[in-house]
Design a protein around this ligand. Structure first.
Ligand SMILES: Cc1ncc(COP(=O)(O)O)c(C=O)c1O
Length: 465
């Protein structure tokens, strides 16, 4: 076998392979014929095993790219299908996926300047711009290149989980190892898990019967628990897309001198929309904010960020490794990248984000946000008017919870699993007010009202009477 061609150094070896990938994606998607492969886990695994065969054969197979990509596409959950609407799992924009290909080909590694000369600067520009979106400084139109040492900053992460972990780590470094995490029961599981991982005291979880964190209860809790405190609020809960009352929570934190983290992994995208950004009023009071553009930002995974109001907080990540950032190199002017992350080798995830922000602009991204929020509102209207369904509540972002009227929780769980195993729809589930609800998280801007009407018909036809 001749030495296989490399990806970089020109398009010639890559072009026919890209054609193969695109054809295989198309073939696999057509073979699936719906949002999810049919037959449930055993059947899907069996088909994949049959299509892929021996993953490490003695002799290589030049057709492997076609066969494996086709098999994966056939066996994928397709977030671009309007009936695939369970999770915060968005259909990536074509332009972002294309930029991600460039990231794979160029393969900059973000741990030292000599592996990522331009990518490191692009990361600085994008993180500053997104931190400025959160903290509102400098004013819009003043450019994104303010390099003031006091300007808000951000670190790129693999998503909401890593951002939340980093937020707790920074809080521990700023406040000490007895820092007490206080959050609502509506907070993402990665927050208490991070407290466990970082050896912090057992977190205090405040019940959230209304779905959001009540500032009065938070105030009372802060009075009874000894500090230092890190309060974590949520802007876009995983189950219902609700936003905690951020200004009131920020005021309580100020009174008690508690540090504030806001997990806006889902809701952060609202910042791009003129119509919806006021729902995030108060976010700029947070010491740290989780953003995640592989949710309401239409990026392929991974596209997380953690913003820090005080950029010095991120200095906690500083690390010296002579082969990457020797003191004499740094003194001679080579940028020191190692302290931007807990990881060492790191993909330039910022490339697809930069291309997306610049291609669509704030207006284009805001329009996508508006579209999915509109669709959710229309879907809620449809449910509200439907005699055979119960709507949980009007959507705050793009999540709608509903249940067939008179169905039991067991019926609802079985309906969801039946739709999954027939591959006809992917709905999530959420337990709230003591009952089980079907969850739709609408993140596909191409979804039409007709698609949602068809989804309801499908659920209606599947639920036992
Ligand atoms: C509110 C919230 N925070 C954090 C996360 C974790 O994000 P990721 O899956 O990107 O780690 C999620 C995931 O859905 C989430 O809903």
């Amino acid at each position: 076998m001749t030495t296989p061609p490399l990806a970089s150094g020109g398009s010639d070896p890559l072009r026919p392979l890209l054609d193969t990938v695109l054809e295989a994606l198309g073939e696999g998607t057509r073979a699936r014929g719906g949002p999810l492969p049919r037959g449930g886990p055993e059947a899907v695994a069996e088909r994949l095993r049959a299509a892929v065969g021996d993953v490490l054969p003695e002799e290589g197979d030049p057709e492997a790219l076609r066969h494996v990509v086709r098999a994966l596409a056939e066996g994928s959950a397709d977030p671009a299908d309007p009936l695939c609407a369970a999770h915060l799992h968005c259909p990536p924009l074509a332009v972002a996926a294309a930029a991600d290909l460039a990231a794979s080909v160029l393969n900059p590694s973000m741990d030292s300047w000599d592996q990522a000369p331009a990518a490191s600067e692009l990361e600085s520009m994008v993180t500053r711009a997104l931190a400025n979106e959160v903290y509102g400084d400098p004013p819009r139109g003043a450019g994104n290149c303010a390099t003031s040492p006091n300007a808000p900053a951000a670190a790129v992460t693999t998503g909401g989980t890593e951002s939340n972990q980093l937020a707790l780590l920074l809080a521990r470094e700023m406040l000490g190892p007895t820092t007490h995490l206080i959050c609502g029961a509506n907070a993402h599981h990665s927050l208490p898990r991070s407290a466990w991982l970082l050896g912090l005291p057992t977190p205090l979880i405040i019940p959230t019967p209304t779905g959001t964190l009540d500032p009065t209860t938070l105030d009372a809790t802060l009075k009874t628990i000894s500090g230092p405190h890190l309060v974590a609020a949520t802007a876009g809960t995983t189950d219902a897309g609700l936003i905690d009352p951020l200004p009131e929570i920020a005021a309580v934190c100020k009174t008690h001198r508690a540090r504030l983290h806001i997990d806006a992994a889902y809701g952060g995208g609202l910042l791009f929309s003129e119509r919806h950004q006021s729902k995030l009023t108060g976010i700029s009071a947070a010491d740290t904010v989780t953003l995640d553009l592989h949710k309401l930002g239409w990026q392929p995974v991974a596209a997380g960020l953690l913003t820090a109001k005080a950029p010095q907080d991120l200095a906690a990540l500083h690390q010296r490794a002579d082969y990457l950032n020797a003191d004499d190199d740094t003194e001679a002017g080579l940028p020191d990248l190692l302290g931007r992350s807990l990881r060492t080798s790191r993909r330039p995830d910022v490339l697809k984000i930069a291309v997306t922000l610049k291609t669509l602009g704030r207006t284009g991204l805001g329009a996508l946000v508006d579209q999915v929020c509109d669709r959710a509102r229309e879907f809620a209207d449809l449910l509200d008017a439907h005699p055979r369904f119960e709507l949980y509540d009007r959507p705050t972002i793009s999540t709608v919870l509903f249940r067939p009227a008179h169905a039991t929780d067991d019926d609802i769980a079985a309906t969801r699993r039946h739709l999954l195993s027939t591959g006809r729809a992917v709905l999530g589930r959420a337990r709230t007010d003591g009952r089980l609800w079907l969850k739709t998280t609408l993140l596909n801007p191409h979804t039409r009202p007709d698609d949602l009407a068809a989804l309801l018909k499908l659920v209606e036809g599947t639920t036992p009477r």
